[in-house]
Write a protein of this length. Structure first.
Length: 402
């Protein structure tokens, strides 16, 4: 019996993976620039392991020598000793977290994935801030759910726009995502916004997903913002991990904390335990090492905060010597947003800076800024590179060509 012919024109791939895989102009130009061997002043470096910070390599490597790593005793929520270390971290932020309310994951991306599977049927909708880092759209698409934006508006600082949040919320909405502080705007959810957010979610039966990976990087230590792990008014999921807290993205260990009304919290945890048990993705050595790796956040975190502060001072000093560009106010995180003259698209400006000045920055549209006139810089860039690159950037913008 002959087999039915297959259609060679139809590839066997799911529609959710039908992305435009062609590199954009800026990515192509960056790759060409690197291959050419020319100088490159990368002002958007986000990998802390490439930014010249001093790591206690002996302590980090010693953390993986525990003989217990040779045995396997899986726990869907993660080893208790690791979860207790996470709970102790939140105690320093003034939040009482029961280790039983913590689920360990390999990354915050996996944490998002667990939550999307928990909260969303196919076709459901998530409400996410704009501007923001573009990762969420990909994670939502991979889970067959839609992402609807609500706006962060700027008026002497960033504010959550509840009017756009209300308009974005349809009957298919499942959760509101907040990033605390946001990447790249550096804006926290304000104290007067949280009650409104809880009321909004409570009336509509929505959960809150709070991404707090940059929580420890408030620019003013006297104004540290509380963690969403202390939010018990509505069902709340708080995400964080080693990637930013200890500047150790390669260790691949993160977590989510469940808080909220007791009945909903317990049911969410029971379901999440099944999801986590299906994958058992977190490695045993990383879990045993977590207390020591979290302890590294004191030394490495202070270095990161010092770098951020130094780059902010340099940025403000250089901006004070000109009148065309300004820095938008930021309360935390390790990015800065520049408002620049709109003489061309942000893409064209970033491309010209790369080709003519050997300076690499991100155009605002990468983060869904609503219009041109925004560039994004990393504040963990080594200071000498940041200083030189910024000088060239501002000089180029001031020149007749830009």
């Amino acid at each position: 019996m002959s087999r039915p012919a297959t259609d060679p024109a139809k590839p066997p791939f799911a529609g959710r993976t039908q992305w435009n895989l062609a590199p954009n102009r800026l990515s192509q130009a960056l790759e060409f620039h690197r291959r050419s061997g020319r100088e490159l002043l990368d002002l958007i470096e986000s990998n802390p392991t490439r930014c010249g910070f001093h790591y206690d390599s002996n302590a980090i490597l010693k953390a993986f020598l525990d003989p217990a790593n040779l045995s396997y005793q899986p726990d869907p929520r993660g080893l208790l000793s690791a979860r207790e270390a996470v709970a102790a971290y939140y105690a320093e932020h003034g939040a009482v977290v029961d280790p039983q309310n913590i689920i360990l994951t390999t990354s915050t991306s996996e944490g998002y994935n667990f939550l999307f599977r928990l909260l969303c049927d196919p076709g459901a909708e998530l409400l996410a801030p704009q501007p923001s880092y573009p990762l969420l759209g990909y994670l939502a698409g991979l889970n067959d759910i839609a992402q609807h934006p609500y706006q962060l508006i700027y008026d002497h600082g960033w504010h959550l726009d509840f009017e756009t949040l209300r308009r974005a919320a349809t009957s298919l909405a499942a959760a509101v995502i907040v990033i605390h502080p946001n990447n790249p705007t550096g804006s926290f959810v304000r104290a007067n916004e949280l009650p409104q957010l809880n009321t909004f979610c409570g009336e509509r039966g929505l959960a809150i997903i709070a991404d707090e990976v940059f929580l420890d990087y408030a620019h003013n230590a006297e104004q540290e913002r509380p963690s969403f792990t202390a939010n018990h008014e509505v069902l709340t999921f708080t995400l964080s991990g080693l990637s930013k807290l200890s500047a150790l993205p390669q260790m691949k260990l993160a977590w989510l904390v469940v808080s909220g009304p007791k009945r909903l919290r317990e049911e969410a945890l029971a379901r999440l335990e099944v999801i986590a048990d299906t994958f058992l993705s977190v490695s045993t050595p990383a879990q045993h090492a977590l207390p020591a790796l979290l302890g590294q956040r004191y030394a490495i975190g202070s270095q990161v905060r010092e770098r951020i502060a130094a780059n902010l001072r340099e940025l403000d000093q250089q901006l004070a010597r000109q009148q065309l560009c300004r820095r938008l106010h930021s309360d935390g995180g390790w990015y800065a947003v520049l408002r620049v003259p709109v003489t061309r698209s942000d893409d064209d400006l970033a491309l010209l800076l790369l080709e003519q000045q050997n300076v690499f920055v991100h155009p605002g549209h990468f983060y869904e800024f609503p219009r041109d006139g925004f560039l994004v810089l990393s504040l963990i860039t080594p200071l000498d590179r940041f200083q030189t690159g910024l000088e060239r950037l501002l000089h180029a913008i001031a020149s007749a060509g830009l």
